[in-house]
Every structure is written in C-alpha cells, then in structure tokens.
Design a protein around this ligand. Structure first.
Ligand code: NAD
Length: 519
C-alpha cells in the first residue's frame, strides 16, 4: 500500500483537524472524562479501505488502563444513578441536537474509516440518532408498575433499576448506529458504560463520546477502551461489569456469550446472518428488482440485514436479465465521490474471502451471471472494491450459501412452491431477517406465520425496526433473551425490584408462620 506519510484525513475530534498531518493520529482511550493516550506498545492501523492510507492508530489498551476505565465507571455510578431521570433525558435531548449539528463530520469519518458512501454514512448516523431520540423518553420507558392494596392494605410495586457498569463491543459495519444502540439507552437508564469500538473504525465512537460530554454527560459515565480479543476477554471476566452488549460475528459472539455468562453477566449477542427474499411469481417486477438490488448490494453487502439470497418460487428465475442490468447500473466508487452507489469492502482480507467463496461455487455448478471481482476504480486502484456479483442456480450445499459472505454478492435459488421456499429459509442456521415479495395476502400471511426469522418483511426488503421496537434476530443470529432496542432494550439494562409496603396501624395478629403471598 502507499507510503504511510501521506496526508491523512483527521476526523478525530480530539486532535488537530489539519489535513496536513504527516503522522497518523493516535486514537486515545476515554477514561473518567479525559481522552488519554494509551501507554500500550502494540497498535493497529485504521486503514481507509478506498485508498489504503493509514487514518489513525488504535492502541491495544493495557489491562491497567482497562481497570482504570472500569474504576472510573464504578466511581461515577452512585451519583449518576441518583441523578433525576429528567436530567439524564435532557442530556439525550442535547446529544441528539449535537449529532444533527455534526452529522457531516461523523459521516465523513465513517466514509473514510469504513468505506461506505457519504449518503450511507449519514444513514448510519441517522439510524443511531433515532435511538438517542428514543432515549429522550426514558422516564416513561423505565416506569415501574403499582398494584394498590394487593393484600390487606399492602401495596406492591416494581421498580426498574439500573444494573451498574455495563459494556458494549461493536463491529465495523455500522460505526455510529451500533455504538448508539448501546450507550444512550444504557446510560439514560442510570448505568455507566465501557464502550469497545471496532478496531477497524473507532472514529465515530470517539466523536460521539465527545458530543455526549459536550451535551453534559458527567465524567466517567461513558468510557472508551480500544483493542481486540484481549480487551474483550477483560470485559467478559471483570466482576464489576454487570452486562455485556455485543454485535459482530458468530465466532466472537458465541465466545463472548459463554465467557461473560459464566461470570454471571447478562449478555445480548447479535451475530451473523443469512437473510432470504422469497419472490412469488405474482410479485411486482419493478418494485421487487429495485428492492433486491438495494438490499443485496447497498452498503457493499456489509449489512447484517443484507438480502443475500433470493429464492424464486415457480421453478425459474424469470427476471434474470433485468436483475443483472439493474445491478450493473450501480456505480462502484470511493464513498467520498459524488454519485457512488457502493464503496469498497472493509479490508483486503475481506475482499479475498469474498472472491474465494464466489470462485469456489462457480467450480461447484453455480452460474456467475455478473462478476464484480476484478473491478478497478480509476483513481482508487488500491481500494478493496468488489462490484455487484450475482450467482444463479445456487443450492443449499454450496459454501457461499452456508457462509455469510458479507459482500456485494447476491445468490439466486429456485423453489417449486412457497412451502419449499419457506423450508429452505427455515433450514438455514442463521436468520436476522426474511422477506417475501408478493401481491397475495394469503401467501404473505402463510410466510409471516411459518418463517423462522427475527425480522420479517412483506414487500419490505430490509425490515429493520425503528428503536421503539426490538431488533430481533433468531436462531444462531442471536444469543440471550433480551434484544437491543424496544422494551427489551430497556429491560436488558435494568433489573426489577419488587416492593411490598404497608402503612397502617394493625392490631397485632401474632406470629404468622404460614406463608401466604402477602398478609
Ligand atoms: P467481529 O466479530 O470480527 O468483531 C466484532 C467485535 O468483536 C470487534 O470489536 C472485535 O474487536 C471483537 N472480536 C473479534 N473477534 C473476537 C474474538 N475472537 N474474541 C473476542 N473479541 C473479538 O465482527 P465484524 O467483522 O466487526 O462485524 C461483522 C459481523 O457482525 C457480521 O457477521 C455481521 O452479520 C455481524 N453484525 C450483526 C448485526 C446484528 O444485529 N445481528 C449487526 C451488525 C453486524
């Protein structure tokens, strides 16, 4: 890749914003309200996937620094949990305003570190912003329950109390949205938080943390540490951390789920996916083609809700030519370039893996009707670009079907009937989402009832809910029982305390040894 001493784009809010720095920026940790450089010797380069330029350097935070972050979060907790919920909400009101103010800066950082188009990066921020807006209503969301006179003058009520120090571990593909799935809800419930962004693109989390502090979040309520496996293991093992939110791959997610649960923590683990679209013969052609292309290739297929597999019911793929034409029309370019539809994938390794999976199944009988593997983008010859790629006649035993590709590759399969198509979806071990395209209410209803998927779309390609509903993966796409966002999201970051109170003068009834519920 090119020389490291190229001018780097400095979108980290914590350092000079000069475009003429010749040294990559060091990404600091955030501990107790201070951005502090790590003393770690080991670092990881954050690389712009369109150019291979080094954007910044992420430290592998040391154990001592991690413990300092936990200690800061622990120290901040008592006064933060006793801060009125209205004050906590007000900070979220301010935070959403500041995120809107700085959306361009956030989006530029995401595009440079992650590769997605500026428009996609703005969407990444906006989806997260909706969670902050949701957190503004925390008083109502966290409200308890009251039963007056449950028994003989005794009232019972349930309070939803914060847990203490919580932690979140993020993936690379939505650097703003996924941080914002986690810390705004956790802290507005009264918890303090340790965030571990993806080592591939920590910038958005750093900007968001700076904004949260500008909005008035007290020191120590949100802390950030960087690194990879070791820091994640420290999080899982630390007895002062009560809950862990994870989003990422199955390998990491299942390890984290097992390791953190073994230490008595709550865990919510959102993992990899294989999302199917079932296309009925009566589906409207133009709308369905647009939906398939947008959901298959948008964000370069690096979405846990990417529709990566299209199952055509009726024994044939009726619109193959039109599908190829529609996908071919997409513009592959650096995300900063105007008019780009899809940017590069995250790394050279990711590109090599995608190309290998495609090649493997071309050898096993899949038909490659659009090949984007050798695309060269003028001016960005070093970029990790993969153009839209379509494989037809894919079968369930092929590697590209069994693996999550996580790139701009659409697999097309055939099924004779809706039953057969639903069986294909249900036999897959992962499923965040599944959609059907049809004009038949009967088919749609059968699909909705019988499909095993967390998020179901009916003529909706990417049925990601708004934050007042939960993001619900199923099968191996999720481990835990309380999902992100919605009611479950608040439940995850709170525990119930049930109180029985009696305020009246009672004549003595002696010692009651029987054990009625309340007496
Ligand atoms: P990843 O698992 O490689 O990394 C996620 C986080 O885990 C990172 O912070 C990383 O440092 C850490 N990590 C990685 N390997 C680890 C290990 N062995 N032990 C401990 N920690 C480890 O995932 P990624 O490549 O960043 O993200 C892509 C994956 O995330 C895809 O599988 C995608 O489907 C999934 N994803 C799922 C959802 C969802 O809601 N279900 C949303 C977004 C992304």
């Amino acid at each position: 890749r090119p020389n490291r001493s190229v001018p780097v784009n400095t979108t980290n809010p914590l350092e000079s914003s000069s475009k003429h720095n010749i040294h990559p920026l060091k990404v600091p940790n955030l501990i107790g309200g201070k951005f502090v450089d790590s003393q770690a010797c080991a670092i990881i380069d954050v690389i712009n996937p369109a150019t291979q330029e080094v954007v910044s350097e992420v430290p592998l935070t040391t154990y001592e620094e991690f413990k300092a972050a936990v200690s800061a979060a622990k120290q901040a907790y008592p006064s933060w949990r006793n801060t009125p919920v209205t004050t906590r909400q007000r900070i979220m009101f301010k935070l959403q305003e500041l995120i809107r103010r700085d959306i361009d800066k956030l989006a530029m950082n995401i595009t440079i570190e992650q590769g997605k188009t500026l428009k996609g990066a703005q969407g990444d921020v906006l989806r997260g912003l909706e969670v902050v807006e949701h957190a503004c209503g925390m008083a109502t969301l966290q409200m308890g329950e009251f039963v007056p006179n449950a028994s003989n003058g005794i009232d019972t009520y349930c309070l939803r109390e914060p847990l203490g120090v919580c932690a979140g571990i993020c993936p690379f593909n939505f650097p703003a949205m996924i941080s914002l799935w986690m810390f705004p809800i956790a802290v507005t419930c009264g918890n303090t938080f340790i965030l571990k962004p993806s080592e591939k693109n920590p910038g958005a989390s750093m900007i968001l943390a700076a904004l949260a502090m500008e909005a008035g979040l007290p020191h120590g309520v949100l802390n950030i540490v960087h690194g990879t496996n070791d820091i994640v293991n420290y999080i899982c093992d630390d007895d002062d951390i009560k809950a862990v939110s994870f989003v990422g791959s199955n390998t990491a997610g299942m390890n984290i789920y097992a390791r953190a649960a073994a230490r008595g923590k709550r865990v919510q683990s959102n993992m990899g996916a294989k999302n199917h679209a079932i296309i009925m013969p009566d589906a409207s052609m133009e709308a369905t083609l647009n939906a398939l292309v947008a959901a298959g290739f948008g964000a370069a297929g690096q979405r846990c809700m990417a529709l990566s597999t299209a199952v055509f019911v009726g024994g044939s793929i009726p619109w193959e030519e039109e599908l190829v034409a529609c996908a071919k029309a997409l513009k592959v370019n650096a995300g900063t370039e105007p008019g780009a539809d899809l940017g590069p994938v995250i790394s050279k390794e990711a590109k090599d893996r995608i190309c290998r999976l495609v090649q493997n199944d071309v050898g096993s009988g899949a038909r490659l009707v659009l090949d984007g593997r050798n695309i060269v983008v003028p001016g960005y010859e070093y970029g990790n670009f993969v153009g839209p790629t379509i494989l037809c006649d894919v079968t369930t035993n092929m590697e590209c079907y069994k693996e999550e590709i996580f790139g701009p590759v659409l697999l097309c399969m055939k099924a004779d009937s809706l039953e057969e198509a639903i069986t294909i979806v249900n036999r897959n071990k992962c499923s965040n989402g599944a959609s059907i395209f049809t004009t038949s209410g009967v088919a749609a209803r059968k699909f909705q009832n019988e499909v095993e998927a967390g998020l179901v779309g009916i003529n909706v390609p990417v049925p990601v809910p708004l934050p007042f509903s939960s993001f619900t993966g199923s099968k191996l796409s999720f481990a835990g029982d309380l999902n992100f966002c919605g009611k479950a999201g608040v439940q995850f970051y709170t525990q119930i305390k049930t109180v029985a109170q009696q305020w009246k003068d009672l004549p003595s009834r002696g010692v009651l040894l029987a054990n009625p519920p309340l007496s």
